[in-house]
Design a protein around this ligand. Structure first.
Ligand code: ADP
Ligand code: MG
Length: 227
């Protein structure tokens, strides 16, 4: 029922990435520098009180960008082995429950058979967390993020479906997911999807987004089944 849109790999130019990374990190640094200069010149207690939260926010943002960026480099501890998919999903749901509750979002996991997939447990969890978090963040008011699994036995694969009833995306927006630093959120880094997509590909999986504006988004992650 969603518009079809095949996910295309956007991560093409490493140098482009590095350039935009430098740009993204320079913005908060320049801002912080400006604030400190101002305080140095004629800073009183009042101004310090006023600027300190802004300075901290900018520093946090720079820190977040660096943390996300570091995950892009292929992790040295990345190791694909048979893992229990339900363990990963259980952890994800537990970890995101507080965020969901805070945002009036129910994170609903329809637990089925416990499939054994090829993957790196830590990085699969990280990828799914990014995707589920996006689902939660897409919901204005209240809503549901549903997680289901579905075997594609003929292909020796299993599908993890993460669906939200949030604001959805236009076709144009959908095309931009996974582009470095593409974000529509005031506090977003625009790196989460790119990292998730990359890690899932590293595990021999694929990721596919469909969305409809005002209706919601469906993300299908296909992972290879281990015996
Ligand atoms: P961030 O979450 O930091 O913005 P992401 O790479 O995770 O970065 O996502 C990029 C953008 O893609 C988001 O800002 C949002 O506009 C869009 N997006 C991703 N997932 C969804 C979703 N489930 N529903 C609506 N929009 C989404
Ligand atoms: Mg995100």
């Amino acid at each position: 029922h969603f518009d079809e849109m095949v996910y295309v790999d956007k991560l093409t130019m490493i140098s482009e990435m590095a350039a935009s990374f430098a740009h993204e990190i320079r913005n908060p640094i320049t801002t912080v520098r400006g604030f400190i200069q101002l305080l140095q010149k004629n800073g009183n207690k009042e101004q310090l009180k006023q600027f300190a939260p802004l300075i901290l926010e900018e520093l946090d943002r720079a820190n977040k960008i660096i943390t996300d960026y570091l995950q892009l480099a292929k992790p040295t501890d990345f190791r694909v082995r048979p893992i229990q998919l339900n363990d990963v999903l259980r952890d994800c749901v537990q970890l995101l429950q507080p965020l969901g509750t805070f945002a009036n979002v129910i994170v609903e996991w329809k637990q089925r058979e416990n499939y054994i997939v090829w993957g790196d447990e830590h990085y699969l969890k990280q990828s799914l967390l990014n995707i589920i978090k996006n689902g939660i963040e897409a919901i204005e008011g209240s809503g549901v993020v549903t997680i289901t699994t579905e075997a594609e036995l003929s292909q020796n694969m299993v599908k993890v479906i993460i669906e939200d009833d949030g604001k959805g995306m236009t076709e144009e927006e959908l095309k931009k997911i996974g582009l470095p630093y593409y974000t529509t959120k005031s506090r977003g880094t625009g790196l989460g999807s790119m990292i998730s997509n990359r890690l899932i590909r590293e595990m021999g999986g694929t990721i596919h987004y469909t969305s409809r504006l005002g209706k919601g988004t469906r993300v299908e992650i296909v992972l290879p089944l281990a015996k």
